[in-house]
Ligand binder design. Sequence first.
Ligand SMILES: Nc1ncnc2c1ncn2[C@@H]1O[C@H](COP(=O)(O)OP(=O)(O)OP(=O)(O)O)[C@@H](O)[C@H]1O
Length: 762
Amino acid sequence: MSSARGARSGMLHHKENNPAEGQAGKRQRTAAGTGRQPLASAPPPPPEEPMVFAGREDVDALLTEKMKGKNKMDYKGKSEQMMEYIKKLRACIKWLLEREDANLAEIGKLSGLLESAEKQHSEIVAELKNSIEETKSINEELQKQYASLQQTLKMVEAEKMDALRALGDEKEARMDVESSKNEILEDLKKAKLEEKRLNDQIKMLQDTNRRLQEYNTSLQQYNCNLQADTTKNSETIAKLQKEKNTMVETMNGLKDHANSVKMQLDLAKSLQNEAAKQKNDLLKEVEGLRMELQHVREDRDSKSAQVDSLMFEIGTYKEMTGKTVMDLDSAMIRTSALEETCSSQRETIRTLEIKLAAADERLKRSDLTASETMTEFENQKKLLESALSRLEEAEQQILDGEKLRKKLHNTILELKGNIRVFCRVRPLLPNESGAVSYPKSGENLGRGIELIHNAQAYSFTFDKVFDHSASQQDVFIEISQLVQSALDGYKVCIFAYGQTGSGKTYTMMGNPELDDKKGLIPRSLEQIFQASQSLNSQGWKYKMQASMLEIYNETIRDLLVTNRINSQDGGSSKYNIKHDANGNTNVSDLTVVDVISINEVSSLLRRAAQSRSVGRTQMNEESSRSHCVFTLRIFGVNEGTDQQVQGVLNLIDLAGSERLNKSGATGDRLKETQAINKSLSCLSDVIFSIAKKDEHVPFRNSKLTYLLQPCLGGDSKTLMFVNLSPEVSSTGESICSLRFAARVNSCEIGIPRRQTQMRNSQ
Ligand SMILES: Nc1ncnc2c1ncn2[C@@H]1O[C@H](COP(=O)(O)OP(=O)(O)OP(=O)(O)O)[C@@H](O)[C@H]1O
């Protein structure tokens, strides 16, 4: 078909592409058609060109072509026209034949195509048959499916009904939900506002956090500086110590010198007094002598007068020659005696005058010595005073240095955030032999302890180790800073951990009635009272509340309750522990006593001790079977600055930590020991969990840990005493206690925070 089309279009193309030829053809046809030229003058006909047919229209035009010329008699012209027409017809026939051939060829092609199309058709029919078959089977299948679907549909219908019902319900619910949605939307709006506010707060907090980080960095810097300062201070302290020693030596020398000067002065004074006395005596003597001299002189004069009169008498006698020689001789003897007396008296006067001059001289000299001694004494006194003031200054510097050292030490520890651990070893009792030793020098001096067990040495180091010779005061000095922190608004927790009989109660309570046996509780209270009074001058007013309880087998006992008989019916609602958002703990129905004076404290402690001893007979035979918790809450307000602080001091005497096999317990005692072990292990779980920064800290696993929750968290200052018995039989237990303490010592629980705020911010 395409070839036929090509042939045809080729012809048309031919016609169209040769316009000159076409024009010529038309002209030819026109000339042939019109035949107007006269035959005589007609030029010879042009060579014949084959007639070109473009299509059926040309054939129709040829067939409808009429004879031209009106002259019916012009036969020649007619015959030429006929000839021309015949030629055209021939060409037309030829064209038609060509077309027929082409058509036939096309038909041949088309029949080939038809055949193949038929073949394809039969194939398609077969395929269709197959598909119909398949469709039939599918249809059957679908019918089946339809039936089952009908079934399902019924079920679905039923379900739909249920669903519609549910939908109704749901609609109602939705209405409810809509209303609650509206409420929620309201809430959401509020929440958005709140969120905005919180975002602002977060921004602020982030800002604060950034500033805190900066502050932290500066603190770290400060810490470095502090450490450097500590080193410098230690050096300065050492220097000051040296200086102090030399000063003490100088002072001792000065004191000796002052003493000797004083003695000299006293001697000089006594000498002076003596000299003055002597002088007075001498003066008196001189006076007497002068008087005597006067008498003697007068006597001499009278005697001289007598002599003269006697001489005169002699003369008169001689003159009168009536006198005897005897009278004359006696008179002569008396005269010579009188002369002798006179000369001896003169001698005496001379010696007395010499003595007087010497006494005067001595007096002058002693006066001089006394004034010299006085000036020297004054100088020495001044020297002594300046040396004493220097000594005082040096001592103050040492004290300041020591305070600074402690403060720095405290700050460093605070920055480290560790739980501090002190170890205390009680003295050996009679008939006990010890297995504990301490380093004699080096960096672990005062911090190390060594035990020998089964011929093996075990060494431990802590923040401080107190040996058997440490007094209650020595121990207290080391924790006094911590006690002071409670006044400054920190939460402070001090435990005593160790086996029964290792000295926990002695360390915590001791004997409050005896000055040198008082433990940490009475001493801390005394310090807090004294410090709070001295802070009065800076505008601080403090209020203190004390409570004391005992936890035995997970049961709380109030140790300060006054009417125990009425309080026995407590029931399960009693002594419920609750913490508020500020980390303050409240134990329902627990006696809380306002303590105003130190005297009240002693009676309070007596009451608690009595209560404990009653409990001991009623519930547990020994105090070591229960935990005893003393709590002092401190509320301080500064009238001048409106600053408020809230501190807590917890002092805890834990139950004995001995293991089950050591206690050899059975029955109730076994239950009791298990309870103690459980609560102690809960305590260690809590400490280790805080140290690991676990998300969940198991505070609620025991009454003790739950009670102390706010004081065990990161913002409190915690100190643990590990108490040890030094005797050989306790070494195993002691090593267990020391291992536990060492683990606790390595724990970081965070940086303590002070609880302080402004009064009007409440
Ligand atoms: N540092 C010490 N100096 C003198 N005596 C001490 C010292 N430590 C303990 N003691 C004495 O040792 C004995 C046992 O001490 P303490 O009762 O304090 O031990 P404990 O561990 O508290 O035992 P418990 O839990 O049974 O009360 C007591 O007689 C106590 O006076």
